[in-house]
Design a protein around this ligand. Structure first.
Ligand code: ADP
Ligand code: MG
Length: 257
């Protein structure tokens, strides 16, 4: 289990970005993290990954404080798709995806068939096979996003954390990504995904809403996006529509506000 206990974080020069957040993510959960710009979503992911150290509270991975895990062991459990993540220049897509195997390679161990299988699988499920020999710098934003997702999947993580993963993706690849995350969760991976579009949260199994660094709602995604906290946070700016497949969440614009 991946667990945040009364988690707080303040940046050195800035206000408190996160306060008193308690959350549990179990294998097979798919948690969508909602909240306006600056509400602490990326900060929460970075704390979950051990990239930031909590100012208060703790993150526990499989019952142990994250700070007590060695980097390689943590890298076999947790993978990250950052928002606008940097990418190593001069490498082909396949070489980038292969970097996802680093947590499995000791100082003296070179890559074996398991590593190649994981790389092939990751390229396949992200529809990146045709891109494997292309250089990352030459890909479109959406293609690059899929390769970086493949790198995270090649880690074969127990928990996959993604920061606005549908950024840059066209509708087909958005749908593919949502299906893939659902499949990974069904296979027992714990997925935590920051989502920008509330409609994408509806695909998850659970949603949380952050506001000014605090967790203000948690529950079934449909209940969170129709809930009082969501309506208050986005006061007057959202419109909910009954849709063919359930519910659609749209921004409200024009005179009707
Ligand atoms: P979100 O991902 O929800 O948009 P973030 O977690 O990135 O929000 O940021 C939460 C708050 O922390 C914001 O007020 C943001 O301005 C601030 N913040 C983020 N990164 C830094 C930083 N490196 N230094 C200072 N403040 C930061
Ligand atoms: Mg963010």
């Amino acid at each position: 289990m991946l667990e945040a206990r009364r988690l707080g974080y303040s940046y050195a020069r800035g206000r408190r970005a996160l306060e008193g957040v308690s959350l549990e993510v179990r294998p097979g959960d798919w948690l969508a993290v909602l909240g306006p710009n600056g509400s602490g979503k990326t900060t929460l992911l970075n704390l979950f990954l051990g990239l930031l150290r909590p100012s208060a509270g703790a993150v526990l991975l499989d019952g142990r404080p994250l700070s007590s895990w060695r980097a390689a062991a943590r890298g076999r459990r947790l993978a990250y798709l950052p928002q606008n993540g940097p990418f190593p220049p001069g490498l082909s897509a396949r070489e980038v995806v292969r970097l996802g195997r680093l947590p499995y390679l000791g100082l003296w161990k070179s890559e074996g068939p398991d590593d190649e299988r994981a790389v092939d699988w990751a390229l396949e499920v992200t529809e990146c096979r045709d891109l494997s020999e292309r250089h990352l710098a030459e890909l479109s934003g959406g293609e690059r996003q899929r390769v970086l997702l493949a790198r995270a999947l090649a880690q074969r993580p127990a928990y996959l954390l993604l920061d606005e993963p549908t950024n840059h993706l066209d509708l087909h690849h958005q749908a593919e990504l949502l299906r893939l995350l659902g499949r990974l969760a069904a296979e027992g991976i714990g997925v935590v995904s920051v989502v920008h579009d509330p409609n994408h949260a509806l695909a998850a199994s659970r949603a949380v809403l952050l506001e000014n660094g605090r967790l203000v709602d948690e529950g079934a995604p449909g209940a969170v996006v129709t809930g009082a906290a969501f309506r208050r946070v986005y006061a007057g700016d959202v419109r909910l529509l009954a849709a063919e497949s359930g519910l659609a969440v749209l921004p409200r614009w024009g005179e009707e506000r």
